[in-house]
Design a protein around this ligand. Structure first.
Ligand code: NAP
Length: 196
């Protein structure tokens, strides 16, 4: 399984830090090219590789950590999304309900990525917290997951476990996933799950 992070800003860099901490190889890309990410990649060690956008989009699991409007350009950057899992870490702060066609933002993104399984997670915490050690106070930081494909939700929950989080699957986007919408009740919840 190969992983990539699209976006090297607050969230992209926070996630790269978590992959480095977990020892899971990941590519990272932005609009400006790999040379603009080399310092971050060097700091984080060998598992984080700065690549071109096209190389990053070849990964099996692609994390969108870009401003919401940029998902449209990313969708057009590949001829096919078939077989991929896309993690939507975006918050649709700037999109109106009309622009989303009345859908949850993740379902609106999925419409542009035919063949991909889209899973919402990582959007719910501020970047600084997202970058911090997921094991806290004798427990693990809770990370909510929602998506319309049960297998993809389980695969991403397993990734979260490997990164040290405590994944909690909410179900489909239009159901439990609506709790993860921008300004939804589970966004900014800094919950720690104690080991049982
Ligand atoms: N900031 C937070 O605390 C936080 C928390 C949770 C979720 N979110 C969500 O996460 C997303 C990213 O937020 P952020 O704060 O990390 O933003 P940011 O610091 O502005 O970084 C955005 C990154 O996206 C890249 N990008 C923009 N358009 C792109 C495109 N078409 N192709 C490839 N890369 C592109 C930018 O590339 P360049 O570097 O080349 O400009 C930049 O690296 C947003 O949707 C936001 O709502 C943010």
């Amino acid at each position: 399984m190969t992983y990539s992070i699209i976006g090297s800003g607050n969230v992209g860099a926070a996630l790269a830090r978590q992959f480095a901490r977990g020892g899971i190889a990941v590519r990272i890309a932005n609009t400006r090219g790999p040379e603009s990410i080399v310092d971050l990649a060097k700091e984080l060690g060998e598992v984080v590789t700065a690549t071109t956008l096209n190389e990053a989009l070849d990964a099996d699991i692609v994390i969108f950590a870009v401003p919401f409007a940029a998902h449209q350009a990313l969708a057009q950057a590949r001829a096919s999304w078939h077989g991929k899992i896309v993690i939507d870490a975006m918050n649709a702060r700037e999109a109106t309900p009309e622009e989303l066609g009345g859908l949850q933002s993740t379902d609106a993104v999925a419409l542009l990525l035919p063949g991909a399984k889209v899973v919402k997670t990582f959007n719910q915490l501020p970047a600084a917290l997202l970058a911090s050690e997921p094991t806290q106070d004798g427990g693990r930081r809770a990370m909510f997951v929602a998506g319309n494909d049960e297998g993809a939700n389980i695969a991403i929950a397993a990734l979260l476990e490997s990164l040290g989080f405590a994944p909690i699957i909410l179900g489909k986007i239009a159901e439990g996933g609506s709790l993860l919408r921008y300004r939804g009740p589970l966004v900014l919840q800094k919950l720690i799950k104690q080991s049982s």
